[in-house]
Design a binder for this molecule. Structure first.
Ligand SMILES: Nc1ncnc2c1ncn2[C@@H]1O[C@H](COP(=O)(O)OP(=O)(O)OP(=O)(O)O)[C@@H](O)[C@H]1O
Ligand code: SF4
Ligand SMILES: [Mg+2]
Length: 352
């Protein structure tokens, strides 16, 4: 069992999405299917990266995992219990699963000192005690703001972007959460401090057994910090597994294209710049949803393998969530013998 430094057990906490769908209504009776059949889990002591292009549904999935968005279908459970909808149930849940947003400036009240910002969560959750100041200082220390006394009376405008994000993280840590859900936690920060904030997430994992889902559109960042990765395309997870395996030799053509354009990519000699229509959650292509942009279809390899028709018209199975298993949803991958990879081929049911 993992333990935080303050002695609180992180245990084997698990946040699980099962067959999750989230649909938004758009003008003209159209619908955006932002999340479409997602199975994903994140547990204590692991960092899971959720990666994919802008608009693929990462934030919607993260918000649904936090109970901030209601799923249209499927479920979210924490430690085996479905997320309650009552204020009390959600409050209890949010103590254990904390969200870190992209922009720390927006997350902090400009009129609150660092002390007030970190103490606020303790007060909301009714867990401040006679030792509130100690709890605040310990959280600031854990978030790397040391000595904490130096920062207590500062206002957000007096801090750097990296320090502000550390204050937000301290506010989360004060509640002794088990899992953090971080949506693009370093995207708004200078390159020079990104690494420090990411190193902090790793340290919190290693020292306190904290789990984290880190949402990012940056695969390089995912590679640096995550244990596992899930790659999302138009609302679906198309490839997932241990980060080293998936990113060294991705099997889904979409992941391959994303990896191929990374600096120092192992796939640099086959760099693929994705073309074709920009993905649109209100108009998801039939068959494999990536087929209009897929290089395997475009360069004739799908036709050669006799699967082009499948790519264009046959739906793919939804990936299950099996941590440590490398899974890929692709008709082409399903035709090949791939060591250690579980390809999910054609879907036999009616789901899209
Ligand atoms: N409240 C909403 N109403 C209507 N459509 C929405 C809403 N929120 C998200 N969407 C749509 O759902 C899809 C997924 O959006 P989402 O913000 O989850 O993507 P993302 O992967 O987080 O993108 P980014 O990398 O740009 O942050 C998009 O097509 C978006 O336009
Ligand atoms: S199923 Fe076909 S279209 Fe889809 S990613 Fe695989 S090869 Fe490309
Ligand atoms: Mg987003």
């Amino acid at each position: 069992m993992n333990k935080r430094a303050d002695g609180a057990a992180v245990g084997d906490a698990r946040l699980v999405a099962k067959d999750l769908d989230v649909t938004f209504s758009l003008p003209g009776s159209r619908q955006a299917h932002a999340v479409d059949g997602v199975n994903l889990e994140v547990g204590a002591g692991e960092i899971v990266a959720l990666a994919g292009e802008s608009g693929c549904g990462k934030t919607t999935l993260a918000r649904t995992l936090l109970g901030l968005e209601q799923p249209t279908a499927g479920s979210v459970t924490f430690n085996g219990e479905p997320l309650g909808r009552s204020t009390r149930a959600l409050r209890k849940f949010r103590r254990q699963v904390q969200m870190i947003l992209q922009d720390p400036a927006g997350a902090l009240n400009p009129r609150q000192t660092v002390y007030e910002a970190v103490a606020e969560g303790l007060r909301i959750h009714g867990i401040e005690g006679s030792n509130e100041a100690e709890q605040v200082m310990e959280a600031l220390s854990q978030a790397g703001l040391r000595p904490p006394e130096r920062f207590l009376m500062n206002y957000p405008y007096e801090l750097s972007g990296g320090q502000r994000q550390r204050v937000v993280i301290a506010g989360a840590l004060a509640l002794a959460p088990k899992i953090l859900v971080a949506d693009e936690p370093v995207a708004s920060l200078d390159a020079s401090v990104r690494g420090e904030i990411l190193a902090l997430l790793q340290k919190l994992r290693d020292e306190f057994g904290l789990g984290a889902l880190v949402v990012t559109h940056d695969l390089g960042l995912a590679w640096n910090i995550a244990d596992r990765i899930a790659v999302m395309y138009l609302g679906r997870i198309v490839e997932q597994g241990p980060v080293e395996q998936v990113l060294k030799d991705p099997q889904h053509p979409y992941t391959r294209a994303l990896v191929s354009v990374l600096p120092e990519s192992p796939l640099a000699d086959e760099a693929v710049v994705l073309s074709g229509e920009a993905p649109d959650a209100s108009s998801i292509p039939g068959g494999c949803r990536f087929h209009p942009r897929c290089p395997i279809v475009a360069d004739g390899r799908a036709a050669e393998a006799g699967i082009e028709e499948q790519c264009k018209s046959q739906k793919l199975q939804i990936l299950t969530s099996k941590p440590d298993q490398w899974q890929v949803a692709c008709h082409y991958a399903a035709t090949r013998e791939l060591e250690g990879v579980q390809p999910a081929g054609a879907e036999s049911e009616s789901r899209g």
